[in-house]
Design a protein around this ligand. Structure first.
Ligand SMILES: Nc1ncnc2c1ncn2[C@@H]1O[C@H](COP(=O)(O)OP(=O)(O)O)[C@@H](O)[C@H]1O
Ligand SMILES: [Mg+2]
Length: 263
């Protein structure tokens, strides 16, 4: 890797006219990840460049094994790249200690998983507040909880445990948990993968509305074309590389999905 790790960063926040004038919420550059399996080396990500701007909803599509989960793990600071770097709101992350990365993850990132990953013996309220308490901002979060729960349609379910909630309600609780610390970006891995299509559609509509009305920033991995079409932009991965990109507002997105993913 000869790529410089200190490229010039845009410093023109004063007059953000186009997205590119702004500091990306999330920026990956020169990202490489290899896995070694015996004698074999798998290039899971190859020199990947991606900028996600504040208020953008980006879907990542690609066939199985194309590197989607690896990318989401690296963007989520859950795993270390072999080369390249992630910046969060212009803040570099290379070389940070595990403690500093954990703090960044807690305070700046929200995660939503296919399997919800709620703690079964905690109520919805306790699940949602947990990341805030861990980050030492429980008081603030308690104030934010009411409006957030109402916006997500779970305000009447806050004392329920996960098992007492439908799948769609559980995913909305997980979304509230991801949002409670007002993250720079929400990283979602197949968030509708365990939901029936009507319930999945509700969760996607909530994500889309949050992006449009609340300025959330979302990166969502999905293999579902209908889910991806809720995003503003879809990027296509193959063999660890971005091989295509489409804006859903441009029309042509369905054709692009068909061409790059074949679904
Ligand atoms: N822990 C691992 N050890 C070895 N190979 C891995 C590991 N994780 C992923 N891979 C390989 O890296 C490539 C990308 O995997 P992954 O990011 O999981 O793709 P996707 O999520 O798109 O299915 C695949 O070839 C996969 O087999
Ligand atoms: Mg995967």
């Amino acid at each position: 890797m000869s790529r410089s790790l200190t490229p010039a960063r845009p410093r023109r926040e004063a007059r953000p006219s186009t997205p590119e004038d702004r500091t990306p919420a999330l920026r990956a550059y020169g990202l490489c990840k290899r896995y070694r399996l015996g004698d074999e080396t798998i290039e899971a990500l190859v020199d990947l460049e991606l900028s996600v701007y504040p208020g953008e909803f980006v879907a990542v599509m690609g066939p199985s094994g194309s590197g989607k989960s690896t990318l989401l793990h690296l963007l989520g600071l859950l795993d270390e790249a072999d080369a390249g770097e992630i910046e969060l709101s212009g803040q570099r992350t290379a070389g940070l200690s595990d403690d500093a990365l954990t703090k960044l993850r807690r305070e700046r990132l929200g995660f939503v998983f296919q399997g919800f990953e709620l703690i079964p013996n905690l109520s919805a309220r306790e699940n949602i507040l947990l990341p805030a308490e861990v980050a030492g901002r429980g008081r603030e979060a308690e104030k934010a909880l009411g409006p957030l729960a109402r916006a997500l349609g779970i305000h009447e379910r806050l004392s329920h445990r996960p098992a007492q909630l439908s799948g769609g309600q559980q995913q909305r609780v997980a979304l509230a948990r991801a949002l409670i610390n007002d993250p720079v970006v929400i990283l979602a891995d197949e968030p509708t993968g365990n939901l029936d299509s009507a319930t999945g559609e509700e969760v996607l509509a909530l994500l889309q509305r949050g992006v449009r009305e609340q300025g959330w920033t979302v990166v969502m991995v999905t293999h579902d074309a209908k889910a991806a079409l809720h995003a503003d932009r879809i990027i296509f991965l193959r063999d660890g590389r971005i091989v295509g990109e489409t804006r859903t507002a441009d029309g042509g997105a369905r054709a692009a999905i068909e061409r790059f993913v074949g679904v």
